[in-house]
Design a protein around this ligand. Structure first.
Ligand code: ASP
Length: 609
């Protein structure tokens, strides 16, 4: 037997016990003739004490960091206790030990505050994984996984695996493809999600399916994306949107309870996509704080009907606002005393290329009831007050105003709101606010191709009332500049996203389950009948054999873990992640393959560089 106990479990109760431990040498400290070793394993650290009598053996077998050591000895109470450690009240007086394996000096210290940089730690990920901080993240991940599985199992969901080698049907992201040796010239794709399989399982009658499953998308990696990531993927039959929202609200609440000990108190808030865009400029609003966007100029877009505020800024000679498609304001609480330096800094912030605005207008709502603005010249005090009131500003607040093209301005104001929320400490790490965003548009306009694409995916059902709009109108867009006037722009989907603290953690929809409607959907996306048959004939065919009404959702498992763990990066919660260029620097993958492999695949490389 290699060990009788782990390095995390011995306490005063074990004093006088004979034990054997096995683990890694964290530190070796010599005090005169005595040697102390901190021995680490997955469960903790135990102090070993080597008396003088062992010195000849230690001299013959010097211990180094990360050596794998087995030590036998007796537990005794420590004189110098360490309250930080679970095992801090005891130590083991070693009587006998064996070096099970030596280690070369690790390239960084295996400690919470390691001296290793990101790249080095990625290269030696197996060592990084020994660190407590990383281990805690993986433990949290496993806890979320267990909690989800328990909940889903208790609710009659069945875990069913679906294949990884499938047919390439890119819609949305790019597929990763895999050449087939046995079918030369043909390729599999790795699934972007098990979407069509879970729908087929519904046709097969497995009315509650789930899978914690890898998905693969060959996208350019923005900061927090991985080419392979994990979803908690679910599908249910005989359900309407309300059933799905309730079931999966329950799932997330259960995870909060099991993993964080939090009783999520309320019913999860709900907001339509239009309201989210209108009030927060964003389809995944962080509702931990207010500071909502106020449209102070009538918008021209789909939101035109939302504007109930009077026109507040046009027609007084301030060209910037007169010319702008959109003018948006937010009221930042308690910041009326910002100095010139601070407002200049904010102006620079909105002018950064990532935000892309030309400038920033502000109104200081002074506590004495006066108003001071960078556009005093154009707007008399009553008008400044009217704008400030519309934005919901109180005395002591600072109103920030951005103007320009609608989409960009909305996005920029949303970013500015989040930034101010962060600076003012309103985005608290330990506060969790869930939100369902509902009624997404079914279609999105793809400018480059001048056609409609599915905003969620092509299997999402339109709202029942909107089905005739889809069926009775041609998808053709005659005038690209006026695509918003096309009837398709207003078709809403039976689709929903779950948002947590400003992050989309899950999304899904009620599906189309009739062949003819699905065919119409493919046609609306610009596919010919031959193309839809070639790509999705299997699904269209299946819909003819008794497909039940169904719908589902998938949660981004990595992201959910990172938010629950209070981290910005999903990479911290993945055992072996890729870097920002999609490389595994530990394996040095992707890499070239042998000529023999190319020959077997009957593939010739013709690289363009
Ligand atoms: N398969 C979808 C996705 O990956 C989720 C769903 O509709 O269930 O986004």
């Amino acid at each position: 037997m290699y060990r009788t106990h782990t390095c995390g479990e011995l306490t005063l109760k074990n004093v006088q016990n004979e034990v054997t431990l096995a683990g890694w040498v964290q530190t070796v400290r010599k005090f005169g003739a005595i040697t102390f070793v901190d021995l680490r394993d997955r469960y903790g650290i135990t102090q070993l004490l080597f008396n003088e009598s062992l010195n000849p053996v230690l001299d013959a077998n010097p211990l180094g960091r990360e050596f794998v050591l087995q030590a036998k000895g007796k537990v005794q109470e420590r004189s110098n206790k360490n309250p930080q450690l679970a095992t801090g009240e005891i130590e083991v007086i070693v009587t006998d030990f064996t070096v099970l394996n030596k280690a070369v000096t690790p390239p960084f210290t295996i400690q919470d505050d390691t001296d290793g940089g990101d790249d080095l730690r990625m290269k030696y990920r197996f060592l990084d994984l020994r660190r407590n901080a990383v281990k805690r993240n993986l433990e949290l991940r496993y806890a979320v996984n267990r909690s989800a599985r328990n909940y889903l199992h208790e609710n009659s969901f069945m875990d069913i695996e679906t294949p990884f080698l499938i047919k390439s049907t890119p819609e949305g992201a790019r597929d990763f493809v895999v050449p087939s040796r046995m079918n030369p010239g043909q390729f599999y794709a790795l699934p972007q999600s098990p979407q069509t399989f879970k729908q087929l399982l519904m046709v097969s009658g497995y009315d509650r399916y789930y899978q914690v499953v890898k998905c693969f998308r060959d996208e350019d990696l923005r900061a927090d994306r991985q080419p392979e990531f994990t979803q908690i993927d679910c599908e249910m039959s005989f359900v309407q949107q309300e059933d799905i929202l309730n079931m999966f609200e329950g799932l997330i609440k259960r995870i909060f309870k099991d993993v964080k000990g939090i009783d999520y108190p309320e019913k999860v808030d709900r907001m339509t996509w239009e309201d989210a865009m209108w009030q927060y400029g964003n389809d995944k609003p962080d509702i931990r704080f207010g500071m909502q966007l106020c449209n102070i100029k009538k918008p021209a877009s789909v939101f035109v009907e939302k504007s109930d505020k009077p026109e507040l800024v046009s027609g007084v000679g301030f060209q910037v606002f007169d010319d702008a498609e959109t003018v948006l304001a937010i009221a930042v609480p308690g910041c009326s005393e910002y100095t010139r330096k601070q407002t200049d800094e904010l102006t620079d912030w909105v002018k950064r290329p990532q935000i892309g605005m030309k400038g920033l207008v502000f109104i200081k709502c002074n506590t004495d009831g006066t108003y001071k603005s960078s556009v005093d010249k154009f707007y008399p005090a009553e008008r400044l007050k009217a704008i400030a009131d519309a934005a919901g500003a109180k005395a002591g607040d600072l109103v920030l105003i951005l103007a320009g093209a609608e989409e960009r301005t909305r996005k920029a104001t949303s970013e500015l709101r989040l930034e101010m929320g962060k600076r003012l400490g309103l985005r608290k790490e330990n506060e969790f606010k869930l939100l369902w965003v509902l009624d997404f548009p079914l279609f999105e306009y793809a400018e480059e191709e001048n056609r409609w694409v599915a905003r969620h995916h092509p299997f999402t059902s339109p709202k029942p009332d909107h089905i005739p709009v889809m069926i009775n109108n041609s998808p053709v867009i005659d005038n690209a500049a006026e695509y918003l006037q096309h009837p398709y722009a207003n078709i809403k989907a039976n689709a929903y996203d779950m948002v947590l603290n400003g992050n989309e953690i899950g999304g899904g929809s009620i599906r189309i389950f009739q062949r003819d409607l699905q065919e119409k959907m493919f046609a609306a996306l610009g596919m010919t009948p031959e193309e839809s048959q070639h790509k999705f004939g299997f699904l269209l065919g299946a819909f003819e054999y008794g497909a039940p009404p169904h719908g589902g959702i998938a949660f981004g498992f990595d992201r959910l873990c990172s938010i629950l763990g209070g981290s910005e990066s999903i990479r911290d919660f993945i055992a072996f992640p890729k870097n920002n260029s999609g490389r595994d620097v530990m394996l040095d993958a992707p890499s070239s393959i042998d000529d023999k492999q190319f020959q077997e695949l009957q593939i010739k490389l013709d690289l363009k560089q």
